[in-house]
Design a protein around this ligand. Structure first.
Ligand code: ADP
Ligand code: 5GP
Length: 212
């Protein structure tokens, strides 16, 4: 929330204007798997602390080594996922690479209402659903510097079997073509630079008088 209180009190800024930017920014981040979304997000989150909340998605995919339920994802069975989906518990959901992924609605609403910003790290199908569901979303696309570099990052991460890497790479070009429907594009050539750009976007959106 911006500190415009004194200006409001002396009548320089109208209550209307104050009200419009008391909600947090809903930042929706997408990009092909291996682009560096998680890496860049971590730098931004470490730097902004509690002012920025990260929405933990639910998924039916199996946890990778080191991943914990409630930290990287809520790891649901297909039945659990479908149950929450049928109760309208997701702001958006999609099937990505053979598994379901979804954003629990209640957490996002609570964070935005409290005036804190919220990041969703989701695929383009989900991002476009959020855009339809609310006019307050800011869509940011993170792209790799090249497809060769994407391959090298995805392989280097070593978290997927070779056939899973190929599946993700074969989806990458189609995913990149969604970028023209986003509000901002960040090319992740260097992590620090990409993180600075994301912080600049958040800052600018916080200063915007009218969102949506
Ligand atoms: P995503 O969350 O988009 O799937 P990750 O954040 O897991 O991608 O990054 C994929 C791999 O690329 C990781 O091994 C990470 O350390 C590396 N990486 C991320 N950003 C960069 C960068 N700017 N330059 C080089 N390597 C990077
Ligand atoms: P991963 O399995 O590598 O963690 O994620 C695979 C893909 O699913 C990534 O593109 C990631 O952004 C996307 N994803 C993660 N959570 C969600 C979500 O809640 N909704 C949607 N639509 N996509 C998600």
């Amino acid at each position: 929330m911006q500190n415009n209180t004194q200006l409001y009190e002396c009548g320089v800024i109208k209550m209307d204007t104050m009200d419009k930017n008391t909600r947090g920014v809903l930042l929706v981040l997408s990009g092909p798997s291996g682009t560096g979304k998680g890496t860049v997000c971590k730098v931004v989150r470490d730097s902004l602390g509690d002012n920025l909340a990260y929405s933990i998605s639910a998924t039916t995919r199996k946890p990778r080594t080191g991943e914990e339920h409630g930290r990287e994802y809520f790891f649901f069975t297909k039945e659990e996922f479908e149950d929450l989906r049928d109760k309208n518990g997701f702001l958006e959901w999609a099937q990505v690479y053979d598994n379901y992924y979804g954003t629990p609605r209640a957490f996002v609403e609570e964070v935005l209402a409290s005036g804190r910003d919220c990041i969703l790290e989701i695929d383009p199908q989900g991002a476009l659903q959020v855009r339809k569901a609310t006019d307050e979303a800011v869509l940011v696309f993170i792209a790799p510097p090249s497809l060769e570099e994407l391959r090298s990052r995805l392989t280097g991460r070593g978290t997927e079997a070779p056939e899973e890497v190929e599946k993700r790479l074969s989806c990458a070009e189609a995913e990149l073509s969604y970028s023209n429907q986003y509000d901002y594009l960040i090319v992740n050539d260097e992590v620090e630079k990409a993180a600075d750009k994301m912080k600049a976007i958040l800052m600018a959106e916080r200063c915007r008088i009218k969102r949506g």
